[in-house]
Design a protein around this ligand. Structure first.
Ligand code: FAD
Ligand code: NA7
Length: 532
C-alpha cells in the first residue's frame, strides 16, 4: 500500500470552480494564508469543466456572469455574445487562474474522501485517496449544481448503445445517423435538444414535466457594444449589488395586475422579443412568483406562444405546462420550434413512465419500445447540499454533517454550521438564490474579513452558534413559503430527487437583503459566531 503523505496548510479549499478559485485568491493573496485547493477534475472550471454538452451556455448575460472584484479583469474579458458559452466560461476561468498564479496551489485529479475536525489541535484533517492534509480552516466550494442526478432506471447496464449524463460529458460525441433519446426538459435538456435536433437521425424527448421557456435573445455583441458595456463597469456592479437577483438588469417594481390588460400584454411581448428567462420572470412585473393571479396571466401569455409556435396540436398540448410558471426561469434558442421538425418527437413520461431500458432502447408503460442508439440523461443535479453527501465531514465529537442535516440541511448565513468550527462553506445550504458569481464574491469577501478579524484577536476557533443557525434556517423556510417556487417540485426546494426532504435549500430574500444581513452581523461583532 502506498504511503500516505501529510501536509500542513492554513486553509484547504475543496473545489476549483468560480468559488474555489476566488477563495484561493482571497485567502492567499489578501489574508496571507498558505492555501491548498483540492479538485477532483483535471483542471479548473467546475460547472464549466464538466458540462460540455452541445448548446451549453450561461443564461445570465456575459457582463454579469463573471467576477466583479477586479476592474482590469473585467476590461480584459472578451464580450462577444450576449450569453457566454461553456468553452468561453472555461477559458475565462483558466485565464483567471493563470493571471493570478493560482495553478501552483491547486492539486487536480484529487478527490476529497473525508474531513474531520481534531478538537485537541483545533485543526481539520482532510483526506484524499493518497494524502492527509492538516489545516486550520476548511473551505468547501463544491458547487450547488454539481452532484449529478442519474435516475436509477432498470436495465441501463444492458443497453447496447452509448449513454451520457450532460454533466459528465465526454470529449467527442458523434450524433450523425443516430437515434437519440433525451430524458429531461430543464434548462439543460432544452439547451441540448435545441442544439442537437439538426444533427441527429431522430431525437426523442422524454418529458416528465413540461417547462415554460422564453427566447434567450442570444446573439453576437459588437466590439463597440462590448466597449460601451465595459465603460459601465461601476454602474453594472452597483446595480447588481442593489438588486435581488444580481443578474445585472433592473427588476420591475410594478405589480402585474396594477396595469391594464393591454399594457401587460405589451410588457410581456417586449420581454419575449428582447429575450432572457430571468428578465421575463423578474423584469416584467414585480410579483409573478408571489401572486397567483399575476402568475396566471404570465402562464396564459406563455401558453399562447407555445400554441402559436408548435404546429401539431397534440405535441403542443404535451409541451404546454398546465400549472404554475414557478421553476427556475429558463430560456432557449428555438426550443419549441424543434418540435416542428420531422425528426423530433416527444414522449410524455408522466402519462407513460419509463419502465425499463432495454438492450435496444427504452420501454414505456404503454408498452411502446423506443429504439435508440444513444440515451442522454439531462436529469439535473442533487442540488444545494448534494455534494456534501460524498464529503464525509465530521465535526466536534465526531458528529457527521449528514447526521447534523438529517432533518434538512442548513447553515448560518449559507456559510457556517454549529459543531463544525473553522469550516466555511461557499454557497452552503441556505445561501442566496441569485446570479451565482456575485454571491460567491460576497460570501468569500465576508469570510476573509471574518478570518482577519479572528486572527487579529488571536482567536483559534470560529464557530456558528446553534441558535443563530436555526434562526437563519427558519428565516429561509418562511421566505420560501411565500414564494410560488415552493409550490412545485424542482431542485430549488429539493423536490426533484426521489426521497429527498423538500424544504428550503436557498435564501430567497434577494441579494440586497442578504448583504444587509451580513453587514448587520459584522457590525454587531459577528453576532451568531463564537470566536475564541
Ligand atoms: P462548481 O463550479 O460546481 O465547482 C465545484 C467544484 O468542486 C467542481 O469542480 C467539483 O469537481 C469539485 N468537487 C466537488 N466535490 C469534490 C470533492 N469531494 N473533492 C474534490 N473536488 C470536489 N449559474 C448562474 O448564476 N447563471 C447561469 O447562467 C448558470 N448557468 C449554468 C448552466 C449549467 C449547465 C449549470 C450546470 C450550472 C449553471 N449555473 C449558472 C450554476 C453554476 O453551477 C454556478 O454559476 C457556478 O459555476 C458555480 O461555481 P462553484 O465554484 O460554486 O461550483
Ligand atoms: P433540472 O432543472 O433539475 O431539470 C432536470 C430535468 O430532468 C427535468 O425535466 C426533470 O423532470 C427531469 N428528470 C429528473 N429526474 C428524472 C427522472 N427520474 N425521470 C424522468 N425525468 C427526470 O436540471 P437542469 O440540468 O436542466 O438544470 C439545472 C440548473 O442548471 C438550471 O436551472 C441552470 O441553472 C443550470 P421534473 O421537472 O423533475 O419532472
Amino acid at each position: 500500500m502506498a504511503m500516505m503523505t501529510r501536509k500542513s496548510f492554513d486553509a484547504v479549499v475543496i473545489g476549483a470552480g468560480f468559488a474555489g478559485l476566488y477563495a484561493l485568491r482571497k485567502l492567499r493573496d489578501d489574508c496571507g494564508l498558505s492555501v491548498s485547493v483540492l479538485e477532483k477534475a483535471s483542471d479548473v472550471g467546475g460547472t464549466w469543466f464538466w458540462n460540455r454538452y452541445p448548446g451549453c451556455v450561461s443564461d445570465v448575460e456575459t457582463y454579469a456572469y463573471c467576477y466583479s472584484h477586479d476592474k482590469a479583469l473585467f476590461q480584459d474579458m472578451p464580450i462577444t455574445s450576449r450569453y457566454t458559452k461553456q468553452s468561453d466560461v472555461l477559458a475565462y476561468l483558466k485565464g483567471f487562474a493563470k493571471r493570478y498564479d493560482l495553478y501552483r496551489d491547486i492539486q487536480f485529479n484529487t478527490r476529497v474522501i473525508s474531513a474531520s475536525f481534531n478538537e485537541a489541535t483545533n485543526r481539520w484533517i482532510v483526506r484524499t485517496e493518497s494524502e492527509e492534509l492538516h489545516a486550520e480552516y476548511l473551505v468547501t466550494a463544491v458547487g450547488v449544481l454539481s452532484a449529478s442526478n442519474v435516475p436509477n432506471i432498470p436495465g441501463l447496464d444492458r443497453f447496447k448503445g452509448e449513454w451520457h449524463h450532460t454533466s459528465r460529458w465526454p470529449a467527442e460525441v458523434q450524433f450523425d445517423g443516430k437515434r437519440v433519446g433525451v430524458i429531461g426538459t430543464g434548462s439543460t435538456g432544452v439547451q441540448l435538444t435545441t442544439a442537437i435536433a439538426p444533427l441527429v437521425k431522430h431525437l426523442t424527448v422524454f418529458q416528465r414535466t413540461a417547462q415554460f421557456s422564453v427566447p434567450s435573445g442570444n446573439g453576437p455583441v459588437s466590439k463597440d457594444d462590448a466597449d460601451n458595456i465595459k465603460k459601465d463597469y461601476a454602474k453594472i456592479w452597483d446595480e447588481v449589488s442593489k438588486s435581488s437577483l444580481a443578474c445585472g438588469f433592473t427588476e420591475s417594481v410594478t405589480p402585474a395586475m396594477s396595469v391594464s390588460d393591454e399594457e401587460r400584454e405589451a410588457v410581456f411581448e417586449k420581454a419575449w422579443t428582447y429575450g432572457g428567462g430571468f428578465r421575463f420572470m423578474f423584469g416584467t412585473f414585480s410579483d409573478l412568483i408571489v401572486n397567483e393571479q399575476a402568475n396566471q396571466v404570465a402562464q396564459k401569455f406563455l401558453r399562447k406562444k407555445i400554441a402559436k409556435i408548435v404546429k401539431d396540436p397534440e405535441t403542443a398540448r404535451k409541451l404546454t405546462p398546465p400549472g404554475l410558471y414557478a421553476k427556475r426561469p429558463i430560456c432557449d434558442s428555438g426550443y419549441y420550434e424543434i418540435f416542428n421538425r420531422s425528426n423530433v418527437s416527444i414522449v410524455d413520461i408522466k402519462a407513460h413512465p419509463i419502465e425499463e431500458i432495454t438492450p435496444n432502447g427504452m420501454r414505456t408503460a404503454d408498452g411502446v419500445e423506443h429504439d435508440l442508439d444513444m440515451i442522454i440523461f439531462a436529469t439535473g443535479f442533487d442540488a444545494g447540499d448534494g455534494n456534501f453527501k460524498y464529503l464525509n465531514v465530521h465535526g466536534r465529537e465526531s458528529v457527521s454533517l449528514s447526521d447534523a442535516w438529517k432533518e434538512g440541511s442548513n447553515s448560518y448565513l449559507g456559510m457556517a454550521s454549529a459543531n463544525f468550527p473553522n469550516m466555511f462553506m461557499v454557497l452552503g445550504p441556505n445561501s442566496p438564490f441569485t446570479n451565482i458569481p456575485p454571491a460567491i464574491e460576497v460570501q468569500v469577501d465576508w469570510l476573509a474579513e471574518l478570518i482577519k478579524h479572528a486572527k487579529k484577536t488571536g482567536a483559534r476557533v470560529i464557530e456558528a452558534e446553534r441558535e443563530a443557525e436555526d434562526q437563519w434556517g427558519a428565516t429561509c423556510q418562511s421566505i420560501g413559503e411565500t414564494i410560488l417556487l415552493s409550490k412545485i417540485d424542482s431542485w430549488i426546494f429539493g423536490g426533484n430527487i426521489q426521497g429527498k426532504r423538500v424544504g428550503s435549500l436557498f435564501y430567497l430574500g434577494g441579494m440586497v437583503n442578504y448583504r444587509a444581513k451580513l453587514d448587520e452581523v459584522k457590525h454587531k461583532g459577528y453576532e451568531g459566531f463564537r470566536i475564541n
